[in-house]
Design a protein around this ligand. Structure first.
Ligand code: SF4
Length: 288
């Protein structure tokens, strides 16, 4: 007897989707983390080291997940026990030999060194990246874009490197793109649970976070009717986030790890596959 599919071809509303997404969120825990750049930052206890390590992990989070994790692991290992102190020192005394020959996709050692110098200068002048973010943030804004934009622009000024590649690495969050890497950074910094370490937990409201919209989240969101736009840009990130706020007003981004992992780990792939769909936990609310 075939299973009844109550929402077949129809968009399920927030109330109907909530139990499915809640189950998915509960199923994807820390045991499903790897490959992920976050895995490379485990082991730091000091908030300064965490905010520094997680920034490198987030900004290099483009490309293949396993290569990102390997690259971030290598960068952090080269910084010794304290990435925060390493960056503060390199801002005072350049270390031209550090990570000589480093290449990741279109970024080179000079980009990495400029980023380390910028982080160090920001920490030396403001005390922490958190203080730099808060100096620019507007707690009444719907999203944390003001704080992130101010922080990114300040880091660019400190870096004194104005190449196309570096502008891509340290992108301006207000440029209209989804700014997935910046939103991922804030998810890690502000949320605190079994997956997200949350060294800035309490500094800004989790209700203001925006989903880090990548290709996996966008695909699953479109199949559930959460996202109706073709572009994976800022407007789409807001569309998904506003829908998730109806399910979890205080913490909409709490669904991100499950939605992303569901796509990244191959439970829902680009090519729709009948066998996979028949076993899928979301089949009853999927538009496909
Ligand atoms: S695996 Fe199939 S049923 Fe499940 S969300 Fe993807 S397309 Fe829909």
């Amino acid at each position: 007897m075939p299973r009844a599919v109550p929402f077949a071809g129809r968009r399920a509303g927030p109330a109907a989707l909530k139990p499915y997404l809640d189950r998915l969120r509960a199923r994807f825990d820390i045991s499903m983390l790897e490959p992920d750049p976050l895995a490379a930052t485990r082991g730091y206890a000091d908030p300064g080291d965490l905010e520094t390590a997680l920034l490198f992990a987030a900004l290099f989070a483009y490309g293949r997940a396993d290569l990102i994790q390997k690259t971030v692991t290598r960068i952090l290992a080269s910084m010794g026990e304290s990435p925060a102190r390493f960056c503060e020192n390199i801002a005072r005394r350049p270390a031209p030999g550090w990570m000589r020959g480093f290449v990741y996709r279109f970024h080179r050692q000079a980009d990495l060194a400029a980023l380390a110098r910028a982080v160090g200068k920001a920490r030396n002048e403001h005390g922490s990246l958190r203080a730099l973010f808060l100096a620019h943030d507007d707690p009444n804004a719907e999203t944390p874009l003001p704080g992130l934009t101010g922080m990114a622009r300040a880091l660019r000024r400190y870096a004194k490197r104005d190449t196309t590649a570096f502008r891509t690495l340290l992108s301006d969050p207000s440029g209209g793109g989804a700014s997935k890497r910046w939103m991922l950074y804030l998810r890690w910094m502000v949320r605190k649970d079994g997956v997200d370490p949350g060294p800035w937990h309490g500094a800004i409201s989790t209700a203001r976070l925006v989903i880090p919209l990548d290709t996996h989240v966008a695909r699953v969101a479109r199949r559930l009717g959460i996202l109706n736009r073709a572009a994976a840009d800022w407007k789409s990130a807001l569309e998904v986030t506003r829908f998730l706020r109806q399910l979890e007003p205080a913490d909409p981004v709490s669904y991100d790890f499950a939605l992303c992992s569901f796509g990244k780990l191959g439970y829902c792939v680009a090519q729709v596959n009948k066998n996979r769909c028949q076993r899928c936990d979301l089949a009853q609310v999927c538009l496909r």
